[in-house]
Ligand binder design. Sequence first.
Ligand SMILES: [Zn+2]
Length: 168
Amino acid sequence: MEITVMKCPNCSGDINYDPHQRVVKCPYCDSTLNMDTEGRIAEEELRRERMHNADMQAEREKYLKDVKKWHLKKKIYYGVIAVATCAAYLADKFIKDGVGTAIVAILLIVMIGFPIWLNSVVPNAPAAVESGFKLKRGVGNTVKLYIMSILSSMGGLLIAVIVEDIIN
Ligand SMILES: [Zn+2]
């Protein structure tokens, strides 16, 4: 015999019943329930709850994907900063016609502006995401981006010095 569970609309107690039964009596409050109506309402509620859970799951997955994309943008940015710093230093040493200075000027503008922009596009977390997974937007995040870009630039400089040493 197939058994289904539903909540009693009167006392919220769990009622086990055979879905073929037409009339069910709640064992807790003795309410008599007409399953043609009550069963349909309970099924509809269950269906809605499942759909809601699926929506939340989809929202959550989309957010985690957006966060990954954001981190990728950040890593590409750090890489560009390191490469540009390295190029500026080497251009200054070996080309000496203002190319290095021009790269530094562009680099400074990018390094001032990009962290502010990157912080502004931190994806909005839906309610379904646990707080541990949430990416924080704000001054703290921007400062962190600034510090990391300076470190990336210093990394690029270090590579440039090593390259210079190899060439000379
Ligand atoms: Zn009841």
